[in-house]
Design a protein around this ligand. Structure first.
Ligand code: PEP
Ligand code: MN
Length: 355
């Protein structure tokens, strides 16, 4: 069950609900969203049956959630959420372009890739400083140095950035600089990492595991929400199938399915799913056509010398077509391309807030 508090509910109102639940032996956890607070109730529902929770001050609604995930379910929150990353929205009304290098390799490569991303209309940058590689001999990322490079480039270009964190020990360091934390496919069920990332209070990009069902993916999002952080974006990045022609198989059905079950935005990653440059644009078209709320794409100034995932990176010559494809397909889907909001610029993030 979920108790939805009114937008003007006070802390005392919330405390009264939590106390009443605890008194009958229930477990209550509070999620404070930007506009609304919800109190989740876990326990035997008969315990709560007699409780006049509707009548408590500040309570807007009491909803029975039959799904195993409570806080991210759209039963609890019928309106789709918009997650703000710095000054850029990700939500159901827009299509958000996130782009940048797979990995931060050097400062110049990062500048070049991020300028390409901005030219293509990206409102959020991406880049890996900590890389989860299949081989321990492959480039593992520049770590904190890479994070600093990406942070500097992001602030210079005036665009927020998302970057992956691979271990709970690094969450604090990454969260101090990044505007959004990415949990990669290989870590989707690293529950300790999900909890730590949730508690960092920054928006989270949760990639679907290579062999995860949609239910498992959404339950992983519930782990983050359970910490009180509802700013979660789901990312379909291709799943493992028997087909070797593509790196992974982009599960386009997962987009509308996840959107029908949760209130969270759902985006697609055409780069890590297709694994080939020539597949990126067709997969973007497919993703927007099935209703994806955004696209996260790898770009590189010189993929032939990239230290990670060169074959799938878009190049400078692709940027016009990337911008054009996103605009035209978003329009056909009845959406606009996400643009930075002035309201979220001043004091909320960026140079003025961090320097
Ligand atoms: C990435 O986005 O850099 C990445 C490693 O993706 P995934 O976790 O989806 O493989
Ligand atoms: Mn990559």
């Amino acid at each position: 069950m979920v108790v939805v508090m009114r937008s003007g509910a006070t802390d005392t109102d919330v405390d009264k609900v939590v106390k009443a639940i605890s008194e009958v032996g229930g477990d209550a956890f509070v999620s404070r969203g930007k506009h609304q607070t919800i109190v989740g109730l876990v326990g035997d529902l008969t315990q709560f049956a007699e409780m006049p929770l509707h009548a408590f001050p500040g309570v807007e609604d009491v909803i029975r959630v039959s799904k195993p995930y409570k806080l991210v379910s759209n039963d609890a929150h019928p309106r789709p959420s918009t997650v703000w990353v710095g000054n850029s929205p990700i939500g159901r009304e827009t299509v958000t372009l996130i782009a940048g290098p797979c990995a931060v390799e050097t400062e110049q490569q990062t500048i070049d890739a991020c300028v390409m991303a901005k030219d293509a209309g990206a409102t959020i940058l991406r880049g890996g400083a900590y890389k989860p590689r299949t081989s321990p001999y492959a480039f593992q990322g520049l770590g904190e140095q890479g994070l600093d490079i990406l942070h500097g480039v992001s602030r210079d270009l005036g665009l927020p950035f998302v970057t992956e964190v691979v271990t709970p020990a690094d969450v604090e360091t990454v969260a101090a600089k990044a505007d959004m934390l990415q949990v990669g496919a290989r870590n989707m069920q690293n529950f300790q990492l999900l909890k730590e990332v949730g508690m960092a209070g920054k928006p989270v990009l949760l990639k679907r595991g290579l062999t995860a069902t949609i239910d498992e993916w959404i339950m992983a999002a519930e782990y983050i929400a359970h910490t009180g952080n509802l700013q979660v974006v789901l990312c379909e990045r291709g799943i493992r199938t028997y087909e070797p022609m593509t790196r992974n198989t982009l599960d386009v059905s997962a987009v509308p399915v996840a959107q029908s079950l949760t209130h969270l935005p759902v985006i697609i990653d055409p780069s890590h799913s297709g694994g080939k440059r020539e597949l990126v644009m067709p997969l973007i078209r497919a993703g927007i056509a099935v209703g994806a709320d955004g696209i996260i794409v790898d770009v590189h100034p010189r993929p032939e010398v990239a230290l990670c995932d060169g074959p799938q990176a878009l190049i400078k010559d692709d940027m016009l077509s990337l911008r054009d494809t996103v605009v035209r397909y978003a329009d056909a889907a009845g959406r606009s391309v996400a643009a930075p909001s002035i309201d979220h610029t001043v004091g909320a993030w960026g140079r003025s807030a961090t320097s």
